[in-house]
Design a protein around this ligand. Structure first.
Ligand SMILES: Cc1ncc(COP(=O)(O)O)c(C=O)c1O
Length: 449
């Protein structure tokens, strides 16, 4: 099957796929790997089967500790500790729709933890990925696309003069910290935000206390705490590492204080733009807020769900990456780089980020109307338009709301952001409002009864 058939020929306003002499190889991959609708291998046919969803949850619990390799996709994270409802596995995702293991179709508001801003299985991105796979994903040399994509990121991201690619967000942030330490010859990090699962960014079982000894944590947008931590770090401060948006936009004063402290103490200012990159603006918060750090990390929406992340920054600082050891076998593999080129095509042809803001505003409006109409209390909508969340004052009620929304075929994220995507079209927004209304009305009735 030719790719044009696989994707229904594409829409007239979409960029044309470049002529490719190796097309027959791409078509062969498409023939083997995919076809339309229910014919997909592994997608169940027939009526939805809730028992089948439960069987997959049980199978996963047996073979995968916690039930999922991604912490935020464990059943306990999806629906609440001890919960037994809700699908946990899928067989197909397309646009903003999920087909569960049991064959149910859901609208997804969580969008793969913000890693997908266009839509699942997007034609432009998938074509680029299939093409790259067919042409040889890796070999003993680096692919030319590594250089091309790095160049294009430098054109789009304000602080970017050089780029290093890695596979996950945690890896990219670790690389940024390593570069900052190599550049300054100092050790201490003052950090605010979530940076991933690695040792220095977490505490808990299995993490030696010593790994955090050089990391001082400060709350978001708190100037006094930032100043105190920097005094504590003293002449050994290597970097201030900030997630620039946590629930709300930062105050300019907080960022200015961070810049001043870095300059005064010879440290590097790093923004972790994992969630904000290619979402608030292509260049992340630094573009949106016109405030440049020295280094920044990107991932998630940059590749619309494919595994790649990047640390970018001023050349003078980035050069230190060549003086230390930062390496990952598959860092420059071609399929995820191709996914970035697919995303960049989208950003070239349309203002993706503007659309995400507008869609997010409509989502928030819909949920607020649903809350108000039902008279539900103890719940609010927080965040900013492209990344918003429901804050419940009771985790039991939150779980029950999620269960009721699922009965209306909508998946909301528990305790974390829901993300707008281009795939959330007008009808989807109507369906989301209907599901939320119905769930809140029922929740209120149960609370009163
Ligand atoms: C701001 C931020 N940094 C780093 C990470 C870690 O990324 P990953 O889960 O890809 O390692 C995340 C993930 O949610 C994030 O939101």
């Amino acid at each position: 099957m030719r790719l044009s058939r696989l994707f229904g020929g594409g829409k007239p306003d979409e960029p044309q796929r470049p002529e490719d002499p190796q097309q027959s190889e791409v078509d062969a991959v498409a023939d083997n790997g995919a076809n339309d609708g229910a014919e997909y291998e592994g997608v169940p046919e027939g009526d939805p089967d809730v028992d089948l969803d439960q069987q997959w949850r049980a199978r996963a619990a047996d073979v995968i500790p916690g039930g999922a390799s991604t912490g935020s996709k464990r059943p306990a994270a999806l629906y609440g500790e001890g919960s037994t409802f809700g699908p946990t596995h899928y067989t197909r995702a397309s646009g903003c729709h999920i087909t569960t293991a049991g064959g149910r179709t859901l609208i997804d508001c969580s969008m793969a933890l913000g890693s997908v801003a266009i839509g699942y299985a997007d034609e432009t991105v998938t074509r680029a990925v299939l093409n790259a796979a067919a042409l040889g994903n890796v070999c003993g040399l680096s692919h030319t696309s590594e250089v091309d994509v790095a160049d294009r990121l430098c054109d789009m991201i304000p602080c970017a003069e050089q780029v290093r690619f890695l596979k996950s967000g945690a890896e990219a942030v670790s690389a940024a910290v390593r570069i900052a330490r190599a550049y300054t010859g100092k050790s201490k990090i003052v950090g605010s935000g979530y940076f991933g699962w690695h040792d220095w960014a977490n505490d808990g079982r299995g993490i030696p206390a010593g790994t955090r000894a050089d990391v001082l944590r400060v709350p978001f947008d708190d100037i006094a705490a930032l100043e105190t931590a920097c005094v504590q770090a003293g002449s050994d401060l290597a970097a201030i590492l900030l997630e620039p948006v946590v629930e709300k936009l930062p105050s300019p004063e907080w960022l200015q204080a961070a810049r001043k402290l870095c300059d005064a103490q010879g440290a590097v200012l790093v923004f972790d733009e994992m969630k904000t990159g290619f979402r608030l603006r292509p260049g992340g918060y630094q573009e949106y807020g016109s405030f440049e750090p020295d280094l920044a990390t990107f991932g998630k929406a940059m590749a619309n769900g494919f595994p790649i992340a990047a640390v970018v920054g001023r050349a003078a600082v980035m050069e230190a990456a060549a003086e230390t050891w930062i390496s990952s076998t598959l860092a420059g593999e071609a399929t995820a780089l191709a996914a970035i080129t697919g995303v960049l095509e989208w950003h070239e042809k349309t203002d993706v980020c503007d659309a995400l803001w507008r869609t997010g505003e409509e989502m928030i409006g819909a949920i607020k109307r649903a809350i108000a109409a039902s008279g539900a209390e103890g719940v609010s909508v927080e965040g900013i338009a492209p990344m918003w969340f429901l804050r419940f004052d009771s985790s039991e009620r939150e779980s029950r709301f999620l269960e009721l929304a699922l009965e209306q075929d909508v998946l909301f994220k528990r305790g974390a952001y829901n993300y707008a995507a281009l795939a959330h079209d007008e009808q989807t927004l109507i369906d989301i409002e209907h599901a939320a209304s119905s769930a809140f009305v029922q929740l209120v009735e149960e609370m009163q009864g």
